[in-house]
Design a protein around this ligand. Structure first.
Ligand code: HEC
Ligand code: HEC
Length: 318
């Protein structure tokens, strides 16, 4: 509804401010240059990390050529799980930014500079709350595990100091594969939807890919439905209406659920009349059909990839 939308816009606005106002809050650059004798970068490593400091692109903060100890695999695994639970929504499964407004961590100076959780953990614990990053209730050890995981990903993609997508940054919800989304749609959605029927032109009914993704995840809020409510044929069934079938000895009574409790069920019949039927335990048989249930049930089965693939497919439905 309008209220919800307004809230979303306001939240986005706040987030934008938060980002705009962000002053680099990192600590001062490490004072010790790499020739401190602590570590020597492996000579001739595959690409080394030369790109990281390449051309002095980063003004301080990160010490070029510095190597980090590889994280403990068990800690990384734990961190991955915790990241999935606590961070994915905002920062994305691939760390490139998520649907709920967190920035791309692969380009984060903080994450790049973090050595042992000392920069990331305070942020997890709430140091950026007024910039839109909530305090997340994890133990210091778990915070460190998440930080290790984040660093481990940066190690794998950061050889050139840049994520592979540089130069063609798609909006974060549009990282999916439309073909795979189409296959997913055929398998999981086409029992209820058709791209030449109810979802025809769905992409043009939503402002952007994010709104569209929200709509398919939630089933839409009735927004952007082209005034079906107002302009639709009078009496046209609302596809979300919860229906009921009551099986009486004289036949089945079918209609909209007007009211239901343990003792009575009131059915709104197609001709507009109401019929109230007494219930006694399982007699008569009452079957409630909520059209959105199947849609909701899917929610818990989407992987992030499914979501992005389906979104990438749906945006093609203009
Ligand atoms: C509700 C959304 C949300 C969640 C959940 C969230 N973050 Fe954030 N995160 C943000 C926002 C927004 C910012 C940007 C804050 C700023 O501009 O200072 C941010 C910033 C960060 C930064 C600093 C990036 C930089 O370079 O400034 C790190 C690191 C980070 N988050 C890690 C995490 C980790 C790890 C988790 C999970 C434990 C997590 N975040 C969960 C929204 C979130
Ligand atoms: C069990 C049936 C069912 C399944 C399966 C299902 N949906 Fe839905 N979906 C619905 C119903 C019912 C609505 C509400 C339709 C309406 O209000 O017009 C809905 C609403 C939507 C909307 C919002 C439509 C609009 O007009 O705003 C989108 C988008 C959508 N579904 C996409 C999907 C996708 C993508 C899948 C598969 C991943 C899926 N649905 C699976 C039943 C289903």
């Amino acid at each position: 509804m309008g209220g919800k939308k307004g809230f979303g816009a306001a939240a986005l606005f706040l987030l934008t401010i938060g980002v705009a106002e962000r002053i680099p809050a990192q600590g001062p650059p490490p004072a010790t240059p790499p020739q401190g004798g602590v570590q020597t970068p492996p000579a001739g490593g595959p690409g080394g990390q030369g790109g990281r400091g390449g051309g002095g692109r980063r003004g301080g903060g990160f010490v070029p050529g510095q190597t980090r100890l590889p994280g403990d695999p068990a800690q990384i695994a734990r961190g991955k799980t915790l990241y999935g639970i606590n961070c994915t929504g905002c920062h994305g499964a691939d760390l490139r930014g998520g649907d709920m407004g967190g920035p791309n961590l692969l380009r984060s100076q903080v994450a790049l500079s973090d050595q042992n959780g000392e920069l990331i953990v305070p942020i997890i614990q709430g140091s950026r709350q007024n910039a839109g990053m909530p305090a997340i209730d994890v133990s210091p050890a778990d915070g460190a595990a998440v930080a290790t995981y984040v660093r481990s990903i940066m190690e794998t993609i950061g050889r050139q100091g840049m994520p592979p997508s540089v130069g063609l940054p798609p909006p974060s919800v549009l990282v999916g594969d439309a073909r795979e989304g189409q296959a997913y749609f055929a398998a999981k959605c086409s029992s209820c939807h058709s791209v030449t029927g109810d979802l025809q032109g769905i992409a043009s009914r939503y402002a952007d890919a994010k709104a569209l993704q929200n709509a398919f995840v939630s089933g839409g809020g009735g927004r952007g439905r082209g005034g079906r409510g107002a302009g639709g044929a009078p009496g046209a069934p609302n596809p979300r209406t919860v229906m009921v079938t009551v099986t009486l000895p004289t036949g089945a009574v079918e209609g909209q659920v007007v009211r239901i409790d343990d003792f009575l069920v009131t059915v709104g019949l197609a001709d507009g009349t109401l019929r109230t039927i007494r219930r006694d335990g399982n007699v008569p048989k009452v079957e409630v059909h909520d059209p959105m249930k199947g849609h909701r049930d899917l929610l818990s089965t989407y992987t992030d990839k499914d979501m992005h693939d389906v979104t990438a497919y749906l945006v093609t439905l203009k």
